[in-house]
Design a protein around this ligand. Sequence first.
Ligand code: AMP
Ligand code: ZN
Length: 467
Amino acid sequence: MKVFNTLSRKKEEFVPLEPGKVRMYVCGPTVYNFIHIGNARPMIVFDTVRRYFEYKGYDVNYVSNFTDVDDKIINKAIEEGVDSSVISERYIAECKKDMKGMNVKPATTHPLATEEIHGMIAMIETLIEKGYAYRAEDGTVYYRTRKFKDYGKLSHKNLEDLQAGHREIKVVGEKEDDLDFVLWKPKKDGEPYWESPWCDGRPGWHIECSVMAKHYLGDEIDIHAGGEDLIFPHHENEIAQSEAANGRQFSKYWMHNAFLNIDNRKMSKSLGNFFTVREISEKYDLQVLRFFMLSAHYRSPLNFSAELMEASKNGLVRILTAVERLGELLSSAADGEPAEKETAVRNQMKELVEKYEAAMEDDFNTADAVSAVFEMVKLANTSVDETSGKVLVEYVKSTVETLCGVLGIITEKREELLDADIEALIAERQQARKDKNFARADEIRNELAAKGILLKDTREGVKWTRA
Ligand code: AMP
Ligand code: ZN
Protein backbone atom coordinates (compact mmCIF):
# COMPACT_ATOMS: atom_id res chain seq x y z
CA MET A 1 0.00 0.00 0.00
CA LYS A 2 1.34 3.40 -1.00
CA VAL A 3 0.82 6.51 1.10
CA PHE A 4 1.88 10.00 0.09
CA ASN A 5 4.01 11.28 2.95
CA THR A 6 4.16 15.08 3.32
CA LEU A 7 7.53 14.60 5.07
CA SER A 8 9.24 13.18 1.99
CA ARG A 9 6.76 14.59 -0.55
CA LYS A 10 6.69 11.12 -2.07
CA LYS A 11 4.43 8.12 -2.17
CA GLU A 12 5.95 5.57 0.18
CA GLU A 13 5.19 1.93 0.88
CA PHE A 14 3.16 1.72 4.07
CA VAL A 15 5.02 -0.32 6.69
CA PRO A 16 3.41 -0.20 10.14
CA LEU A 17 5.51 0.24 13.25
CA GLU A 18 3.92 -2.91 14.63
CA PRO A 19 2.71 -5.61 12.23
CA GLY A 20 -1.07 -5.65 11.78
CA LYS A 21 -1.62 -2.42 13.67
CA VAL A 22 -2.12 1.20 12.68
CA ARG A 23 -1.82 4.02 15.17
CA MET A 24 -3.41 7.08 13.69
CA TYR A 25 -4.06 10.61 14.96
CA VAL A 26 -6.30 13.09 13.12
CA CYS A 27 -6.55 16.71 14.27
CA GLY A 28 -10.17 17.42 15.08
CA PRO A 29 -12.20 20.61 15.04
CA THR A 30 -12.28 23.53 17.42
CA VAL A 31 -15.78 23.36 18.82
CA TYR A 32 -17.31 26.84 18.85
CA ASN A 33 -19.92 26.41 16.14
CA PHE A 34 -21.48 23.84 13.84
CA ILE A 35 -18.80 22.23 11.68
CA HIS A 36 -18.67 23.42 8.10
CA ILE A 37 -18.32 21.21 5.05
CA GLY A 38 -14.59 22.02 4.88
CA ASN A 39 -14.13 20.45 8.32
CA ALA A 40 -16.11 17.48 7.03
CA ARG A 41 -13.50 16.73 4.37
CA PRO A 42 -10.74 15.40 6.69
CA MET A 43 -13.36 13.57 8.74
CA ILE A 44 -14.71 11.72 5.72
CA VAL A 45 -11.36 11.19 4.01
CA PHE A 46 -9.50 9.81 7.01
CA ASP A 47 -12.49 7.76 8.15
CA THR A 48 -12.28 6.13 4.72
CA VAL A 49 -8.54 5.56 5.15
CA ARG A 50 -9.29 3.90 8.48
CA ARG A 51 -12.02 1.75 6.95
CA TYR A 52 -9.68 0.60 4.19
CA PHE A 53 -7.00 -0.41 6.69
CA GLU A 54 -9.64 -2.33 8.61
CA TYR A 55 -10.82 -4.01 5.40
CA LYS A 56 -7.19 -5.11 4.89
CA GLY A 57 -7.24 -6.68 8.34
CA TYR A 58 -5.38 -4.03 10.33
CA ASP A 59 -6.36 -3.21 13.85
CA VAL A 60 -6.64 0.60 13.78
CA ASN A 61 -6.31 2.72 16.87
CA TYR A 62 -7.86 5.97 15.64
CA VAL A 63 -7.60 9.05 17.82
CA SER A 64 -9.19 12.38 16.98
CA ASN A 65 -9.41 15.24 19.43
CA PHE A 66 -11.82 18.06 20.07
CA THR A 67 -10.10 21.35 20.77
CA ASP A 68 -12.33 22.63 23.57
CA VAL A 69 -10.26 25.53 24.89
CA ASP A 70 -9.55 28.33 22.46
CA ASP A 71 -10.08 32.07 21.96
CA LYS A 72 -13.04 31.52 19.65
CA ILE A 73 -14.82 29.33 22.20
CA ILE A 74 -14.12 31.84 24.96
CA ASN A 75 -15.42 34.74 22.84
CA LYS A 76 -18.61 32.88 22.04
CA ALA A 77 -19.08 32.04 25.74
CA ILE A 78 -18.68 35.72 26.66
CA GLU A 79 -21.16 36.67 23.92
CA GLU A 80 -23.76 34.26 25.30
CA GLY A 81 -22.90 34.92 28.94
CA VAL A 82 -22.22 31.24 29.68
CA ASP A 83 -19.27 29.11 30.73
CA SER A 84 -17.04 28.08 27.85
CA SER A 85 -17.72 24.40 28.65
CA VAL A 86 -21.39 25.04 27.75
CA ILE A 87 -20.28 26.10 24.27
CA SER A 88 -17.80 23.28 23.71
CA GLU A 89 -20.14 20.57 25.04
CA ARG A 90 -22.95 21.85 22.84
CA TYR A 91 -20.90 21.82 19.66
CA ILE A 92 -19.22 18.49 20.41
CA ALA A 93 -22.71 16.98 20.61
CA GLU A 94 -23.73 18.70 17.37
CA CYS A 95 -20.53 17.60 15.66
CA LYS A 96 -21.18 13.99 16.68
CA LYS A 97 -24.66 14.22 15.15
CA ASP A 98 -23.17 15.43 11.87
CA MET A 99 -20.54 12.68 11.96
CA LYS A 100 -23.26 10.10 12.39
CA GLY A 101 -25.15 11.53 9.42
CA MET A 102 -21.99 11.32 7.31
CA ASN A 103 -21.39 7.79 8.60
CA VAL A 104 -18.03 8.78 10.10
CA LYS A 105 -17.24 6.14 12.71
CA PRO A 106 -16.59 7.37 16.23
CA ALA A 107 -12.85 7.39 16.90
CA THR A 108 -11.38 4.76 19.20
CA THR A 109 -10.85 7.77 21.49
CA HIS A 110 -12.03 11.37 21.13
CA PRO A 111 -9.88 13.13 23.74
CA LEU A 112 -10.73 16.62 24.97
CA ALA A 113 -7.92 19.11 25.39
CA THR A 114 -9.28 20.29 28.76
CA GLU A 115 -8.98 16.78 30.17
CA GLU A 116 -5.32 16.42 29.23
CA ILE A 117 -3.85 19.47 30.96
CA HIS A 118 -1.70 17.34 33.31
CA GLY A 119 0.01 15.72 30.37
CA MET A 120 0.59 19.09 28.76
CA ILE A 121 2.21 20.48 31.89
CA ALA A 122 4.42 17.37 32.11
CA MET A 123 5.56 17.68 28.49
CA ILE A 124 6.28 21.40 28.86
CA GLU A 125 8.33 20.62 31.99
CA THR A 126 10.34 18.07 30.02
CA LEU A 127 10.92 20.60 27.25
CA ILE A 128 12.13 23.17 29.79
CA GLU A 129 14.45 20.61 31.43
CA LYS A 130 15.92 19.73 28.05
CA GLY A 131 16.44 23.38 27.15
CA TYR A 132 13.80 23.47 24.42
CA ALA A 133 11.49 25.82 26.27
CA TYR A 134 11.69 28.77 28.64
CA ARG A 135 9.43 30.91 30.78
CA ALA A 136 9.21 34.61 29.93
CA GLU A 137 8.71 37.32 32.55
CA ASP A 138 4.93 37.38 32.27
CA GLY A 139 4.65 33.61 32.84
CA THR A 140 4.29 32.65 29.18
CA VAL A 141 6.26 29.55 28.23
CA TYR A 142 7.78 29.56 24.74
CA TYR A 143 9.32 26.84 22.60
CA ARG A 144 12.89 27.66 21.55
CA THR A 145 12.38 26.98 17.85
CA ARG A 146 15.98 27.39 16.67
CA LYS A 147 17.16 24.75 19.12
CA PHE A 148 15.25 22.06 17.26
CA LYS A 149 17.56 21.26 14.37
CA ASP A 150 14.95 19.61 12.19
CA TYR A 151 12.54 22.53 12.37
CA GLY A 152 10.90 22.98 8.96
CA LYS A 153 11.29 19.37 7.82
CA LEU A 154 7.57 18.83 7.30
CA SER A 155 6.65 22.14 5.69
CA HIS A 156 9.97 22.24 3.81
CA LYS A 157 10.70 25.74 5.05
CA ASN A 158 14.04 26.92 6.32
CA LEU A 159 14.58 29.11 9.32
CA GLU A 160 16.01 32.01 7.31
CA ASP A 161 12.89 32.27 5.15
CA LEU A 162 10.72 32.05 8.20
CA GLN A 163 12.74 34.74 9.90
CA ALA A 164 12.36 37.02 6.87
CA GLY A 165 8.59 36.56 7.06
CA HIS A 166 8.52 37.79 10.65
CA ARG A 167 8.32 41.54 11.02
CA GLU A 168 7.16 41.69 14.61
CA ILE A 169 8.78 44.25 16.85
CA LYS A 170 10.43 42.49 19.73
CA VAL A 171 9.20 43.45 23.16
CA VAL A 172 11.67 43.10 26.01
CA GLY A 173 10.60 40.46 28.50
CA GLU A 174 8.80 38.51 25.85
CA LYS A 175 10.19 35.98 23.40
CA GLU A 176 13.90 35.40 22.98
CA ASP A 177 13.34 35.00 19.26
CA ASP A 178 10.56 35.86 16.84
CA LEU A 179 10.28 32.24 15.74
CA ASP A 180 9.49 30.95 19.22
CA PHE A 181 5.91 29.83 19.77
CA VAL A 182 3.66 29.58 22.81
CA LEU A 183 3.37 26.43 24.91
CA TRP A 184 1.57 27.96 27.88
CA LYS A 185 -0.02 31.40 28.28
CA PRO A 186 -1.19 33.39 31.29
CA LYS A 187 -4.94 33.69 31.93
CA LYS A 188 -6.87 36.82 31.13
CA ASP A 189 -9.94 37.99 33.06
CA GLY A 190 -12.96 35.77 32.55
CA GLU A 191 -11.03 33.01 30.81
CA PRO A 192 -10.84 29.38 31.92
CA TYR A 193 -7.46 28.62 33.47
CA TRP A 194 -5.41 25.92 35.18
CA GLU A 195 -2.65 26.16 37.76
CA SER A 196 0.84 25.44 36.51
CA PRO A 197 4.44 25.89 37.69
CA TRP A 198 4.69 29.03 35.51
CA CYS A 199 1.42 30.90 35.98
CA ASP A 200 -2.32 30.32 36.09
CA GLY A 201 -3.18 29.97 32.46
CA ARG A 202 -3.93 27.66 29.58
CA PRO A 203 -2.03 25.65 26.98
CA GLY A 204 -1.16 26.74 23.47
CA TRP A 205 -2.94 24.87 20.69
CA HIS A 206 0.01 22.85 19.35
CA ILE A 207 0.97 21.19 22.64
CA GLU A 208 -2.53 19.73 22.93
CA CYS A 209 -2.12 17.38 19.98
CA SER A 210 1.43 16.31 20.88
CA VAL A 211 0.18 15.28 24.30
CA MET A 212 -3.06 13.61 23.26
CA ALA A 213 -1.25 11.58 20.59
CA LYS A 214 1.35 10.48 23.17
CA HIS A 215 -1.25 9.61 25.79
CA TYR A 216 -3.44 7.43 23.55
CA LEU A 217 -1.00 6.15 20.94
CA GLY A 218 2.50 6.38 22.40
CA ASP A 219 5.68 8.28 21.51
CA GLU A 220 5.76 6.97 17.94
CA ILE A 221 2.74 6.74 15.71
CA ASP A 222 2.15 5.51 12.17
CA ILE A 223 0.01 8.26 10.69
CA HIS A 224 -0.74 11.82 11.65
CA ALA A 225 -3.32 13.58 9.52
CA GLY A 226 -5.32 16.74 9.00
CA GLY A 227 -6.10 19.44 6.48
CA GLU A 228 -3.18 20.94 4.55
CA ASP A 229 -3.53 24.28 6.35
CA LEU A 230 -2.27 22.47 9.45
CA ILE A 231 1.14 21.58 7.96
CA PHE A 232 2.51 24.91 9.07
CA PRO A 233 2.76 25.91 11.80
CA HIS A 234 0.57 23.39 13.67
CA HIS A 235 2.12 20.08 12.59
CA GLU A 236 5.63 21.50 12.27
CA ASN A 237 5.33 22.64 15.89
CA GLU A 238 3.89 19.33 17.00
CA ILE A 239 6.96 17.59 15.56
CA ALA A 240 9.29 20.04 17.31
CA GLN A 241 7.56 19.45 20.65
CA SER A 242 7.10 15.70 20.48
CA GLU A 243 10.48 14.81 19.03
CA ALA A 244 12.37 17.09 21.43
CA ALA A 245 10.42 15.78 24.45
CA ASN A 246 10.29 12.06 23.53
CA GLY A 247 13.57 11.71 21.62
CA ARG A 248 11.85 9.61 18.92
CA GLN A 249 10.42 10.20 15.49
CA PHE A 250 6.86 11.36 16.20
CA SER A 251 4.94 10.13 13.16
CA LYS A 252 6.19 7.95 10.34
CA TYR A 253 3.66 9.22 7.78
CA TRP A 254 1.99 12.62 7.55
CA MET A 255 -1.16 12.82 5.44
CA HIS A 256 -2.90 16.05 4.48
CA ASN A 257 -6.12 16.63 2.60
CA ALA A 258 -6.44 19.52 0.16
CA PHE A 259 -9.05 22.20 0.69
CA LEU A 260 -12.68 22.26 -0.16
CA ASN A 261 -13.44 25.44 -2.08
CA ILE A 262 -16.65 27.19 -2.98
CA ASP A 263 -16.99 28.90 -6.37
CA ASN A 264 -13.30 28.15 -6.78
CA ARG A 265 -12.42 30.29 -3.77
CA LYS A 266 -11.13 29.10 -0.46
CA MET A 267 -14.05 28.42 1.81
CA SER A 268 -13.62 30.14 5.12
CA LYS A 269 -15.58 31.57 7.97
CA SER A 270 -13.96 34.97 7.57
CA LEU A 271 -15.00 35.24 3.91
CA GLY A 272 -18.50 34.14 4.89
CA ASN A 273 -18.68 31.73 1.94
CA PHE A 274 -19.24 28.51 3.82
CA PHE A 275 -22.01 26.03 4.48
CA THR A 276 -22.38 24.09 7.67
CA VAL A 277 -22.90 20.35 7.41
CA ARG A 278 -26.24 20.95 9.12
CA GLU A 279 -27.37 23.32 6.36
CA ILE A 280 -26.47 20.74 3.73
CA SER A 281 -28.41 18.10 5.68
CA GLU A 282 -31.58 20.14 5.20
CA LYS A 283 -31.32 19.67 1.47
CA TYR A 284 -29.52 16.36 1.10
CA ASP A 285 -29.00 13.12 2.90
CA LEU A 286 -25.45 13.48 4.25
CA GLN A 287 -24.52 10.29 2.44
CA VAL A 288 -24.57 12.47 -0.67
CA LEU A 289 -22.04 14.83 0.89
CA ARG A 290 -19.83 11.89 1.75
CA PHE A 291 -20.09 10.48 -1.75
CA PHE A 292 -19.31 13.91 -3.21
CA MET A 293 -16.14 14.18 -1.08
CA LEU A 294 -14.93 10.77 -2.20
CA SER A 295 -15.44 11.58 -5.87
CA ALA A 296 -12.09 13.39 -5.81
CA HIS A 297 -8.65 12.35 -4.64
CA TYR A 298 -8.07 13.67 -1.14
CA ARG A 299 -4.96 15.62 -2.19
CA SER A 300 -6.78 17.47 -4.97
CA PRO A 301 -8.64 20.67 -4.25
CA LEU A 302 -12.37 20.08 -4.52
CA ASN A 303 -14.89 22.67 -5.54
CA PHE A 304 -18.31 22.53 -3.92
CA SER A 305 -21.23 23.29 -6.20
CA ALA A 306 -24.93 22.47 -6.45
CA GLU A 307 -24.31 20.76 -9.81
CA LEU A 308 -21.68 18.42 -8.38
CA MET A 309 -23.91 17.60 -5.43
CA GLU A 310 -26.75 16.77 -7.82
CA ALA A 311 -24.42 14.59 -9.87
CA SER A 312 -23.25 12.85 -6.68
CA LYS A 313 -26.81 12.26 -5.60
CA ASN A 314 -27.72 10.74 -8.96
CA GLY A 315 -24.62 8.54 -8.90
CA LEU A 316 -25.38 7.37 -5.40
CA VAL A 317 -29.01 6.62 -6.23
CA ARG A 318 -27.80 4.59 -9.20
CA ILE A 319 -25.65 2.42 -6.94
CA LEU A 320 -28.32 2.01 -4.29
CA THR A 321 -30.99 1.20 -6.87
CA ALA A 322 -28.77 -1.53 -8.30
CA VAL A 323 -28.24 -3.02 -4.83
CA GLU A 324 -31.97 -2.90 -4.17
CA ARG A 325 -32.63 -4.70 -7.46
CA LEU A 326 -30.04 -7.35 -6.59
CA GLY A 327 -31.86 -7.86 -3.29
CA GLU A 328 -35.11 -8.44 -5.14
CA LEU A 329 -33.44 -10.85 -7.55
CA LEU A 330 -31.87 -12.70 -4.66
CA SER A 331 -35.22 -13.45 -3.03
CA SER A 332 -36.36 -15.37 -6.10
CA ALA A 333 -33.01 -16.65 -7.46
CA ALA A 334 -32.61 -20.39 -7.89
CA ASP A 335 -30.02 -22.55 -6.10
CA GLY A 336 -27.68 -24.72 -8.10
CA GLU A 337 -24.36 -24.78 -9.89
CA PRO A 338 -23.49 -21.50 -11.65
CA ALA A 339 -23.78 -21.63 -15.43
CA GLU A 340 -20.71 -20.97 -17.57
CA LYS A 341 -21.73 -17.43 -18.47
CA GLU A 342 -22.12 -16.74 -14.76
CA THR A 343 -18.52 -17.72 -14.16
CA ALA A 344 -17.52 -15.10 -16.70
CA VAL A 345 -19.52 -12.43 -14.83
CA ARG A 346 -17.95 -13.53 -11.59
CA ASN A 347 -14.49 -13.19 -13.09
CA GLN A 348 -15.30 -9.73 -14.39
CA MET A 349 -16.44 -8.77 -10.90
CA LYS A 350 -13.19 -10.10 -9.46
CA GLU A 351 -11.20 -7.95 -11.87
CA LEU A 352 -13.19 -4.93 -10.78
CA VAL A 353 -12.48 -5.74 -7.12
CA GLU A 354 -8.78 -5.77 -8.02
CA LYS A 355 -9.19 -2.45 -9.78
CA TYR A 356 -10.90 -1.00 -6.72
CA GLU A 357 -8.17 -2.28 -4.40
CA ALA A 358 -5.39 -1.07 -6.69
CA ALA A 359 -6.95 2.41 -6.63
CA MET A 360 -7.18 2.42 -2.84
CA GLU A 361 -3.65 1.03 -2.46
CA ASP A 362 -2.39 3.92 -4.59
CA ASP A 363 -2.61 6.54 -1.87
CA PHE A 364 -6.35 6.06 -1.36
CA ASN A 365 -7.54 7.09 -4.80
CA THR A 366 -11.22 7.04 -3.91
CA ALA A 367 -12.15 8.67 -7.23
CA ASP A 368 -10.92 5.61 -9.12
CA ALA A 369 -12.36 3.27 -6.51
CA VAL A 370 -15.79 4.86 -7.03
CA SER A 371 -15.37 4.38 -10.82
CA ALA A 372 -14.74 0.69 -10.21
CA VAL A 373 -17.96 0.51 -8.17
CA PHE A 374 -19.86 2.15 -11.06
CA GLU A 375 -18.46 -0.46 -13.40
CA MET A 376 -19.69 -3.18 -11.04
CA VAL A 377 -23.13 -1.59 -11.03
CA LYS A 378 -23.15 -1.52 -14.81
CA LEU A 379 -22.13 -5.16 -14.92
CA ALA A 380 -24.83 -6.06 -12.39
CA ASN A 381 -27.49 -4.17 -14.34
CA THR A 382 -26.58 -5.75 -17.64
CA SER A 383 -25.46 -9.26 -16.68
CA VAL A 384 -27.39 -10.24 -13.58
CA ASP A 385 -31.10 -10.89 -14.02
CA GLU A 386 -34.00 -13.24 -13.24
CA THR A 387 -32.15 -16.14 -14.84
CA SER A 388 -29.09 -15.73 -12.58
CA GLY A 389 -28.44 -18.25 -9.84
CA LYS A 390 -28.39 -17.42 -6.15
CA VAL A 391 -24.62 -17.83 -5.78
CA LEU A 392 -23.87 -15.20 -8.40
CA VAL A 393 -26.51 -12.70 -7.25
CA GLU A 394 -25.31 -13.08 -3.68
CA TYR A 395 -21.68 -12.61 -4.69
CA VAL A 396 -22.32 -9.49 -6.77
CA LYS A 397 -24.58 -7.95 -4.14
CA SER A 398 -22.29 -8.61 -1.19
CA THR A 399 -19.22 -7.42 -3.10
CA VAL A 400 -20.82 -4.08 -4.01
CA GLU A 401 -22.09 -3.73 -0.45
CA THR A 402 -18.73 -4.49 1.11
CA LEU A 403 -16.81 -2.12 -1.13
CA CYS A 404 -19.38 0.64 -0.63
CA GLY A 405 -19.06 -0.03 3.10
CA VAL A 406 -15.31 0.59 2.92
CA LEU A 407 -16.16 4.00 1.46
CA GLY A 408 -18.66 4.46 4.30
CA ILE A 409 -21.60 4.37 1.92
CA ILE A 410 -24.65 2.66 3.39
CA THR A 411 -26.38 0.72 0.65
CA GLU A 412 -29.78 0.28 2.30
CA LYS A 413 -30.65 3.94 2.39
CA ARG A 414 -32.29 4.43 -0.98
CA GLU A 415 -35.77 5.35 0.25
CA GLU A 416 -34.40 7.77 2.85
CA LEU A 417 -32.22 9.39 0.24
CA LEU A 418 -35.23 9.97 -1.92
CA ASP A 419 -37.21 11.17 1.09
CA ALA A 420 -34.66 13.96 1.57
CA ASP A 421 -35.44 15.07 -1.98
CA ILE A 422 -39.12 15.14 -1.29
CA GLU A 423 -38.66 17.17 1.88
CA ALA A 424 -36.53 19.66 -0.04
CA LEU A 425 -39.19 20.09 -2.72
CA ILE A 426 -41.88 20.55 -0.09
CA ALA A 427 -39.77 23.22 1.61
CA GLU A 428 -39.29 24.94 -1.74
CA ARG A 429 -43.05 24.83 -2.36
CA GLN A 430 -43.75 26.41 1.04
CA GLN A 431 -41.33 29.20 0.23
CA ALA A 432 -42.88 29.68 -3.22
CA ARG A 433 -46.29 30.05 -1.58
CA LYS A 434 -44.91 32.55 0.91
CA ASP A 435 -43.46 34.49 -2.02
CA LYS A 436 -46.87 34.29 -3.73
CA ASN A 437 -45.25 32.37 -6.57
CA PHE A 438 -48.25 30.05 -6.94
CA ALA A 439 -47.25 28.88 -10.39
CA ARG A 440 -44.02 27.35 -8.96
CA ALA A 441 -45.92 25.94 -5.97
CA ASP A 442 -48.35 24.16 -8.30
CA GLU A 443 -45.54 22.98 -10.49
CA ILE A 444 -43.87 21.34 -7.48
CA ARG A 445 -47.14 19.74 -6.37
CA ASN A 446 -47.54 18.25 -9.86
CA GLU A 447 -43.92 17.13 -10.00
CA LEU A 448 -44.37 15.30 -6.71
CA ALA A 449 -47.70 13.83 -7.83
CA ALA A 450 -45.94 12.42 -10.88
CA LYS A 451 -43.57 10.61 -8.49
CA GLY A 452 -46.55 9.23 -6.61
CA ILE A 453 -46.21 11.62 -3.67
CA LEU A 454 -49.43 13.10 -2.35
CA LEU A 455 -49.40 16.29 -0.30
CA LYS A 456 -51.86 17.22 2.39
CA ASP A 457 -51.87 20.67 3.97
CA THR A 458 -52.65 20.32 7.67
CA ARG A 459 -52.54 22.71 10.59
CA GLU A 460 -49.22 21.17 11.67
CA GLY A 461 -47.73 21.75 8.25
CA VAL A 462 -47.51 19.74 5.07
CA LYS A 463 -47.80 15.97 5.38
CA TRP A 464 -46.97 13.62 2.55
CA THR A 465 -47.70 10.02 1.66
CA ARG A 466 -46.78 7.69 -1.14
CA ALA A 467 -49.73 6.90 -3.37
P1 AMP B 1 -10.29 23.75 12.53
O1 AMP B 1 -11.51 23.59 13.37
O2 AMP B 1 -10.24 25.03 11.76
O3 AMP B 1 -9.02 23.47 13.29
O4 AMP B 1 -10.36 22.64 11.39
C1 AMP B 1 -10.55 21.26 11.62
C2 AMP B 1 -10.06 20.48 10.44
O5 AMP B 1 -10.74 20.89 9.23
C3 AMP B 1 -8.57 20.67 10.13
O6 AMP B 1 -8.01 19.43 9.76
C4 AMP B 1 -8.57 21.64 8.97
O7 AMP B 1 -7.43 21.51 8.18
C5 AMP B 1 -9.79 21.17 8.21
N1 AMP B 1 -10.35 22.20 7.31
C6 AMP B 1 -10.79 23.43 7.64
N2 AMP B 1 -11.27 24.09 6.55
C7 AMP B 1 -11.16 23.24 5.50
C8 AMP B 1 -11.50 23.29 4.10
N3 AMP B 1 -12.09 24.37 3.56
N4 AMP B 1 -11.22 22.21 3.34
C9 AMP B 1 -10.67 21.11 3.86
N5 AMP B 1 -10.32 20.97 5.15
C10 AMP B 1 -10.56 22.02 5.98
ZN1 ZN C 1 -3.60 19.02 15.95
